[in-house]
Every structure is written in structure tokens, then in C-alpha cells.
Ligand binder design. Structure first.
Ligand SMILES: [Fe+2]
Length: 270
């Protein structure tokens, strides 16, 4: 499914970034922050996000009451799609991050944002990582898509083209939209977990081009402000099929075609 793989070296050992889950260190205020974020976001997303997301919340028994225990949530997720969750202290470098995805492992930041500033986020916290990403990881097409991104990402990073796969990741599973039953809906975790950008992605006067791998690979992204455009996939399943078919050599050719057209990488994939 992923051949030929091009690897200049072994992928990094992602296990070096895993830390013990310390759920007991979350305070009552932290759980209250989760509660307020969760409740606000579910109300906003109803009817605006691809339907497997809400199904995932139910199937995983995710609730607003408290930050979930990763061990419990990971067991539920593993039973559904084989994915597991691990605790990390912050952003994992791209090469290790994609190596995690290739092994069906998703990193969860072991902290939550300051409840006094619900919309301010310096780096992905456990609300973004769990609420944004995990519900769709319970849906097989997304589970397969994320693994495909992992294998491609490992090859791209080994070849010095991490930016190419990061752009595809960013414009699909992080900040992408998708068509569903004739409507444009939220797909990406960065939108699913953001109160203000979820609305902007659907309502702002910005371009919403059709998602293609080549166009996503050629389009830089922003990690310091709202995106200037949002790609719309024909469906989540169509992105999965396309990326499972994409060989590492095809991906690297896309990156080489774009080399020199844009500046250096401007963000992390997560
Ligand atoms: Fe993310």
C-alpha cells in the first residue's frame, strides 16, 4: 500500500517523547475549563461537522464532565480502530510525530489551557488533541488516513521534505473542510477544537478551493493566525483513498516540483 518507501535513515524512536499520564495533577479548575470548552464546542459544531465526528464522541463515551483519563480512552479507541493514545509534554518534532502516526499512536499534550483565556493557545493542549482529533480516529477511514499520513511523513522527513507532507496534513486533517450530503462541513481538528475559527472557516469571505494533494502540497499554511483559505475535500473517504494510493516517490516528486517556490517551513504539523 505504501511503496516504494524512501528512507534515508531509520525514523526516530517516538517512544522517547512519551511521558507517564498524570491525570491526578489536573485541578478542579482544569476540569472546569474542559467542561466549558467541550460544552461550547459541541453546541457550535452540531450540524457543521462531518457526521462521524459526533458518532465518535458517543462511541468513545467522551463527556464534558471532566478531562478523560487517557488509559481508559485509549483502550476504547484501540477496540474500535486499533489506535492508541500516549501522553506527551508538548509538540513532538515532525519526524517522530509521523512515526507515531505510522504506528497508529496519537500524542496527547498533558496540559490544558488557562481557563481565563479559553481561546488563547500557544501550542496544542489536551482539549485540542482529544476533542479535536480523537473522535474521528474512532472512524476507520480517518484511522486509515492518519496512518497513511504517518507512513508518507516518515518517508518525507527522511528525505528532507517534511514541509510537503506537513502542508497536506495541515490542509486536510487539521484545517480542512469536507463535503457531506451537499453541505460544506468541518473536517480538521484545528477547526473542530476552535470556537472562532470553526465559524470563520465556514462563514468568512475566503477562498475554499477543492482539495487536491498537489494543490495542498503547493500551498503554505499559517500557524499564527486564521488560515487565508480552506480546502474542501470531496469527502473524508476520498482523501483517505487518495493518500493510501500516493507512493512516497510521488509525494517527493510533488515536493521537488515546489522547491524554491515558497519560503521555509512556517509551522509544525500538529
Ligand atoms: Fe492537531
Amino acid at each position: 500500500m505504501f511503496q516504494p518507501r524512501i528512507q534515508a535513515g531509520d525514523p526516530p524512536d517516538w517512544r522517547a517523547f512519551v511521558v507517564p499520564e498524570q491525570w491526578g495533577q489536573f485541578s478542579a479548575a482544569d476540569h472546569d475549563t474542559w467542561n466549558r470548552l467541550y460544552s461550547r464546542q459541541v453546541e457550535l459544531l452540531d450540524g457543521r461537522i462531518v457526521s462521524p465526528f459526533m458518532d465518535g464522541l458517543r462511541r468513545l463515551d467522551l463527556k464534558p464532565a471532566a478531562i478523560p483519563r487517557l488509559k481508559t480512552l485509549s483502550l476504547r479507541l484501540k477496540a474500535l480502530t486499533g489506535w492508541q493514545l500516549v501522553s506527551v509534554e508538548g509538540i513532538v518534532p515532525d519526524a517522530a510525530f509521523f512515526a507515531m502516526l505510522a504506528d497508529r499512536v496519537f500524542p496527547i499534550g498533558n496540559f490544558i489551557r488557562d481557563g481565563a483565556q479559553l481561546d488563547y493557545l500557544e501550542e496544542p493542549d489536551c482539549f485540542h488533541d482529544i476533542f479535536g482529533h480523537v473522535p474521528l480516529l474512532a472512524y476507520q477511514p480517518m484511522a486509515r488516513l492518519m496512518e497513511a499520513l504517518g507512513h508518507l511523513g516518515v518517508a518525507a522527513c527522511a528525505a528532507g521534505q517534511g514541509e510537503t507532507i506537513s502542508r497536506i496534513y495541515w490542509h486536510s486533517v487539521e484545517f480542512g473542510l469536507a463535503a457531506e450530503r451537499g453541505e460544506t462541513r468541518i473536517l480538521g481538528a484545528g477547526l473542530a477544537s476552535s470556537f472562532s475559527e470553526a465559524r470563520a472557516a465556514l462563514e468568512a469571505e475566503v477562498p475554499r478551493p477543492r482539495f487536491t494533494v498537489a494543490d495542498a502540497a503547493a500551498t503554505p499554511y499559517r500557524n499564527d493566525c486564521f488560515q487565508p483559505l480552506y480546502f474542501v475535500a470531496d469527502s473524508l473517504e476520498s482523501v483517505t483513498a487518495r493518500l493510501e494510493d500516493l507512493s512516497a516517490s510521488e509525494l517527493l516528486a510533488l515536493g521537488e516540483a515546489e522547491a524554491g517556490r515558497y519560503g521555509p517551513a512556517n509551522g509544525e504539523a500538529q
